[in-house]
Unconditional design. Sequence first.
Length: 325
Amino acid sequence: MLSGIQPTADSFHFGNYLGALRQWVALQDDHDAFYCVVDLHAITVEYEPKALRERTRRSAAQLLAAGIDPERSTLFVQSQVPEHAQLAWALSCITGMGEASRMTQFKDKTAKGGADRATVGLFTYPILQAADILIYQADRVPVGEDQRQHVELTRDLAQRFNHRFGKTFRLPEAHIVKATAKIFDLQDPTAKMSKSSSSPAGIIDLLDEPKASAKKIRSAVTDSGRDVVFDVENKPGVANLLTIYSALTGRKISELEDEYAGRGYGDFKKDLADVVVEFVTPFREKALSYLDDPAQLDAILAAGAERARAVTAPTLAKVYDRLGF
Ligand code: ADP
Ligand code: NA
């Protein structure tokens, strides 16, 4: 099983954690899991090399702090495993232009700036993603609904390669992660919490000062009522806070509704602020301790890359042989 996350911010936010990283941690026990900081993907848009290097390290430190265990999972940085890019080139030579043009995420991502100003790398990004998956012969790819089309492309390319050059790749299944909490912006609870959100008060970053995160919870937009009930339509702000509360404590939403019945939003937000502080304080300390010890972090990532290459190098050798190299 393989999953990747882009190092495009200094800190992951609660949406990333509750919607993705937490599942990664849960999946590592029952799977031979490969978790990857996908820095090759991060250069498809404008970026600063210095910031990328820093963010890659910070991302890895946060994955470790979240509970990815380098003994039980293979945690690595994509650019340290060159077979990803090598396979991507081979796959790009069996991908049709029309086929690549149908990827809706490229259209979404370039809707504002226009496709003419986008890079070819952004256009062929789904092919690199296909390589990320196929180079591990992965069976399962835990992805959100928005990535389903890319997994379909991956299957098509694997099938085409096998048909043309002989059976080489296993066909992966998209494991659409249901039951993951979708977290909304604290200031605009109809929009998803995102690093590109306009208001920093709407996002809780995992590496924020715990006090600052508590304040963001206490200032979260709710509504003029006082009933703590889960009603996404009419009370999106309260519903979002209930989702976060439930996800962090493992308590049922109905149980939380009962506990706060008749008590108003003040108590509810204050308690949730405490819950958030209790979560982020040790998380942040752990992540920062990895960042304070660069040699240890480098060693973990180097060992991860080496383990990854034990899988990717034989796959690539087979691919090259099939291609006539
Ligand atoms: P962002 O929207 O901040 O740019 P990404 O698109 O880089 O975040 O998402 C990285 C991972 O985090 C993906 O698996 C995505 O599904 C998950 N994720 C991002 N935002 C949220 C959110 N608000 N709620 C739940 N999951 C999220
Ligand atoms: Na495992």
